[in-house]
Design a binder for this molecule. Structure first.
Ligand code: ATP
Ligand code: MG
Length: 207
């Protein structure tokens, strides 16, 4: 049975909006860990974030669809949308483990998320259920990230956390929203189809 095991990458986030940083991270994970596919799972209500009302849930979803169309290895998953209340990764993993028993999940994240990981709900249980892939972000060097990985494994006494190599891109949704607000260009920070969608619908033009 082991030979039949599927390897599925999970990319969780607010995706407000999805951008090149997310997409490249998923692509690098797909390649480096020979994944069968990567699921993009927009959070409905991330407990640590107030999703701005100026963009609807539907619009965040549509932007993901536009961004990943044409890549057969990427899929949209609404698993975190269909659940009531706050979005917790552990609840998602429990659901996925039941739905797809013969699958190894790889949870993909940027360095900032790995630094917050101890504060997530049931981090130990997450480590039992998924391999974590962490990529550098901003000016967090991979040596610092490696120390954080070692710390977490020692602290929880369990876990498979690996460094995901990826070009360091200083792109964030927050910065994109600000640029739109200031009338600056967002070209190349996200796929053109998503940029056109944002422009056509006039998204992010108010605070
Ligand atoms: P915001 O600015 O609104 O917080 P964001 O750009 O951080 O948005 P999220 O949806 O919060 O995007 O991120 C989802 C995941 O993608 C997180 O694990 C985050 O660390 C990772 N990520 C996002 N952008 C990058 C990037 N440029 N490099 C590496 N990881 C990234
Ligand atoms: Mg973020």
């Amino acid at each position: 049975m082991v030979g039949d095991e599927k390897k599925v990458g999970l990319m969780g986030g607010t995706f407000n909006p999805i951008h090149t940083g997310h997409l490249l991270l998923a692509e690098m994970a797909y390649e480096q860990f020979q994944l069968d596919k990567v699921l993009f799972m927009p959070a409905r209500k991330p407990y640590h974030k107030t999703v701005r009302t100026m963009v609807s849930d539907q619009e965040r979803i549509e932007m993901i669809q536009l961004a990943i169309q044409g890549n057969a290895n990427f899929e949209l998953s609404l698993i975190e949308f269909q659940r009531e209340g706050n979005t917790y990764t552990i609840d998602t993993l429990k659901e996925l483990n039941i739905k797809y028993p013969n699958t190894q999940f790889y949870f993909i994240m940027g360095a900032d998320s790995l630094y917050q990981f101890s504060q997530w709900k049931e981090p130990e249980e997450i480590l039992q259920r998924a391999i974590l892939l962490a990529a550098s972000r901003d000016d967090i060097a991979s040596s610092a990230l490696n120390s954080q990985i070692e710390y977490l494994i020692e602290h929880f006494g369990i876990g498979d956390i690996r460094l995901l190599k990826s070009p360091n891109m200083e792109i964030s949704s927050h910065n994109i929203r600000n640029r739109v607000l200031e009338g600056k260009s967002i070209r190349y920070l996200l796929p053109d189809v998503v940029r056109e969608y944002i422009e056509t619908k006039g998204l992010y033009q108010e605070r």
